[in-house]
Ligand binder design. Structure first.
Ligand SMILES: C[S@@+](CC[C@H](N)C(=O)[O-])C[C@H]1O[C@@H](n2cnc3c(N)ncnc32)[C@H](O)[C@@H]1O
Length: 250
């Protein structure tokens, strides 16, 4: 018998994004009346579904490699009466031929558009090709809030390096260089990070506390401890910027 461990049920979004910020973003993006929405690395596509809910004649496409998250997206779409206006494709977005769309979402997922390291600059150029001239891109991308120390880097994800991310100013310059103007610039707050990181681990922490002798407990404990230590290394150092980008039609 296989044991299905709980997975990310405490998260509304797969990133540090509060209800308040998401509501304001959806309002801003919906005001531009997108007819088509493309969500790159959509996961369970919560923001895409909220935009479709706010723009009744829009249709959407979500692309992701994770079949389990796409199944959650399809279920949520059906439950909200959006199933006929959205399709989800289990495929890589690297070199995608989809689009152009009036609104392109790419939240925490530039690696879905480029295999470069870091993927940011190439992903921004791909986003410019994927969006219509009158459209918008919402990019959620990591940046260094300050330069990480060597000790902090050694505690982050395996192989973490200073050049994995840019500072916020450089990230904005890259967006401008790729053919955008920044309509709105915002960054996740410490509280959004804590909500996200807690929600990311909470399911499994509670399961582990209740099932300490389960055969999967040792590897689960190691995974949770490893991730918590990583978080403590990037906490306050790694930021997430949410950039609402307008194509520059010069
Ligand atoms: C941090 S999650 C963000 C999910 C979603 N955008 C959100 O904010 O809730 C990053 C997503 O990118 C997806 N991803 C990674 N590489 C990809 C690729 N090459 N093509 C499509 N999706 C990819 C992952 O499966 C994952 O769902």
């Amino acid at each position: 018998m296989t044991t299905a461990l709980p997975r990310l049920t405490r998260l509304t979004f797969h990133g540090p994004l509060s209800e308040g910020r998401a509501t304001a973003m959806v309002r801003r993006l919906a005001a531009n009346h997108p007819r088509t929405v493309l969500d790159i690395g959509c996961g369970w596509a919560e923001l895409l579904l909220r935009v479709l809910d706010a723009v009744p004649d829009a249709t959407g496409t979500g692309v992701d490699l994770n079949g389990e998250d796409l199944a959650r997206a399809r279920r949520n779409a059906e439950e909200r009466g959006l199933g006929r206006r959205v399709e989800f494709a289990e495929e890589s977005a690297v070199g995608t031929r989809r689009g152009p769309a009036d609104l392109v979402l790419c939240l925490g997922a530039t690696q879905a558009l480029s295999e470069a390291e870091p993927p940011t600059a190439e992903a921004l150029r791909a986003l410019r090709r994927l969006v219509t001239d009158e459209g918008r891109v919402l990019l959620g991308e990591g940046f260094w809030q300050r330069p990480p120390t060597d000790a902090e880097l050694s505690g982050m994800w395996p192989g973490a390096a200073q050049d994995d991310h840019y500072d916020l100013g450089t990230l904005l310059d890259l967006a401008v260089g790729a053919g955008f103007r920044p309509e709105w610039t915002e960054t996740a707050s410490p509280r959004e990070w804590e909500e996200f990181e807690s929600g990311y681990q909470a399911d499994l922490e509670v399961w582990l506390a209740r099932n300490p002798d389960h055969p999967l407990a040792p590897e689960t404990r190691a995974r949770l401890d490893r991730h918590r230590a990583q978080w403590m290394s990037y906490r306050g150092v790694l930021g997430i910027a949410y950039l609402t980008l307008v194509p520059d039609t010069r």
